[in-house]
Write a protein that binds this ligand. Structure first.
Ligand code: WTA
Length: 567
């Protein structure tokens, strides 16, 4: 029997109180995610159950029971408190997928401070923009990433502490630097969690938007209610499960489901902190007997590409339930997984702002490969006309996805950006910025984004952020960034560039510009292709017509070019 039992029955009589009761939470009481994900699980008699099994790239393994997670998150919390970190201050986590990232996240929340995870592959510019916007007080990082922080330290007087989790003992530390070795520090048996309430801020995730400035999405401790229940009903997490969420906690899937959902449900979760290869992934599943696997279409397509021969080398019979998020999951991938793993990947749709799964396929429900499924119980979702903002009466019409605000994990604000936040609401609906249709049976079919943001391998990249970075390169006069199709990543970043006088196209320059963006922003934002052109298509008013370049890449009709300057 699946946890959700019956989707049809659940939607008939749904109330978030179901989760509140299971978590023993009553309105107005204290609710602290850090406590729920560690102390509470120990109180439930699972102190000795493995909570986190971690494997690094060199094959070394570390194991933490729920009691270890409780003690070590206490230790980190106490350390931060002793440093003077106050509730609601932002503490950034800037690390690879190491245990300190998972446990540090809980430690920050226990102090009442706000956890601000940032992807460890970010370059100094990406990092600076996000730390500066959040006025972050402290950053927890590793030796290998510290140089990127040191480079921008001078511009950040508000950043008081650079906390190194792997500093070498006896080696002098630099300005504002302090060492915290989680595994060697003396355990703090009791830490009084800060009495956060439902609306106390918990997590600040940055997501790329349609402008150069990324948006800080503010979540609150009450988000636990949604994250706990969706993990239970959609990911179907059960007592005996060995769970693997492949997402990096630098992004929302890695925190909502790689930390909060997993630990609040008290399951054993495994983390592989190593680069992707089909062999290593299958070996990981076999070794740890993974039963629930939450991944992403790009990874699935990469596995498809690696072929079936390699699958036969491993015993993957432990897999019980698979789910996917982040980009459109094409029907071929669903059918393929059913054939090779004996289980289809169930598509789930949501975003940083929604904090938890909104539209999904459920265990036990009829799956239509290629469809995102139906709204989670308690979520009112529809498709509305892009101009009138009215829901369509008949099925099959393509419009904007619209969600009725009010579920527990909905973002509460964009950090210091009230205006952009307000624009996300129309006619009483929250608009995630995606297009879809709904068929006659109520299944949602994703069509595309409603903006220029590029979704490459499940990571959102703002073309404007890349363009701004390109303009800082000495050779670049103008640039326009669009997506181009790619089998594995669905889309990748492509840049059109015009050069300043005295610079000429060459493969060296090409590489130099790519590297420049990679270092400044991240490997994800780096253009996979640069095309040097003499003039960018512009409107008569001088605006770059990205639409034309995009259409060319995708082999689409170019459409109306009557406002074009150089036609
Ligand atoms: C896209 C990731 C198609 C969508 C959790 C959304 C999807 C954005 C799906 C959020 C899906 C996410 N099918 N597209 N199942 N899931 N997306 O904020 O455009 O990093 O708005 O959150 O990814 O990306 P974000």
């Amino acid at each position: 029997m699946t946890n959700i039992v019956s989707y049809e029955e659940r939607i008939k009589s749904f109330n978030w109180e179901i989760a509140e009761q299971e978590l023993n939470y009553q309105t107005g009481q204290v609710i602290n995610i850090g406590w729920y994900c560690s102390d509470r699980i120990c109180h439930l008699g699972k102190a000795d159950k493995p909570g986190l099994i971690w494997e690094g790239s060199s094959g070394i393994e570390k194991r933490y029971t729920y009691n270890d997670i409780r003690l070590k998150s206490n230790t980190i919390a106490q350390f931060l408190q002793d440093l003077g970190i106050r509730p609601e201050e932002r503490v950034c986590l800037f690390m690879d997928k190491i245990p300190e990232l998972y446990i540090g996240f809980l430690g920050i929340l226990k102090t009442g401070a706000i956890a601000q995870p940032l992807f460890s592959a970010f370059g100094d510019e990406s990092l600076f923009i996000r730390l500066d916007n959040a006025r972050t007080t402290a950053i927890i990082t590793q030796k290998k990433h510290a140089p990127k922080v040191r480079k921008i330290l001078g511009k950040m007087p508000y950043l008081k502490h650079l906390i190194l989790v792997d500093a070498e003992p006896g080696k002098p530390l630099g300005e504002r630097e302090v060492a915290l070795n989680m595994d060697e520090a003396e355990n703090v048996e009791h830490f009084q969690c800060f009495p956060t309430k439902a609306e106390s801020p918990s997590v600040l995730h940055y997501t790329s938007g349609t402008t150069g400035q990324p948006k800080g999405v503010k979540h609150v401790h009450y988000s636990l209610i949604s994250q706990y229940l969706t993990s239970k009903w959609v990911l179907d997490l059960r007592e005996e499960d060995i769970y693997w969420c492949t997402a990096d906690p630098g992004w929302v899937t890695g925190t909502s489901y790689g930390i909060i959902g997993a630990f609040s449900n008290g399951v054993t979760q495994c983390v592989l902190d190593a680069g992707f290869s089909a062999e290593s992934w299958y070996r990981f599943i076999e070794k740890h007997r993974i039963s629930m696997w939450y991944s992403a279409p790009t990874a699935i397509r990469s596995l498809m590409k690696a072929g079936e021969e390699v699958i036969r080398k491993y015993d993957l019979s432990s897999l019980r339930h698979l789910a996917s998020v982040g980009e459109p999951l094409n029907s071929e991938a669903v059918i393929w997984s059913e054939r090779v793993f004996g289980r289809p990947f169930l598509d789930t749709y949501w975003q940083t702002e929604t904090g938890s799964i909104m539209i999904s396929n459920y265990p036990g429900m009829k799956i239509k490969p290629g469809s995102m499924g139906k709204p989670f119980p308690g979520i009112t979702a529809t498709v509305i006309h892009p101009e009138t903002y009215q829901p369509y009466d008949e099925p099959g019409r393509i419009g904007l996805i619209a969600l009725k605000p009010g579920w527990p994990s909905m973002m509460r604000a964009y950090w210091n950006n009230e205006e952009t936040y307000r624009k996300k609401f129309r006619n009483g609906w929250y608009l995630p910025g995606d297009r879809s249709s709904i068929d006659s049976e109520g299944y949602f079919w994703f069509v595309g984004r409603d903006d220029d943001v590029i979704n490459t391998g499940g990571h959102l990249v703002s073309p404007f952020e890349v363009e701004s970075a390109l303009l800082e390169h000495p050779a670049v006069a103008e640039s326009a960034v669009v997506s181009k199709p790619d089998f594995v990543n669905m889309e990748v970043v492509k840049a059109f560039v015009t050069l300043k006088p005295g610079f000429f196209p060459s493969s060296d320059l090409d590489l130099d510009i790519m590297n420049f963006v990679r270092k400044k922003l991240s490997p994800l934002a780096m253009p996979q292709e640069i095309e040097f052109i003499d003039n960018l298509p512009k409107t008569r008013s001088g605006k770059i017509m990205r639409r034309i370049l995009h259409a060319k890449e995708w082999g689409e009709e170019i459409g109306d070019t009557s406002t074009l300057e150089n036609d």
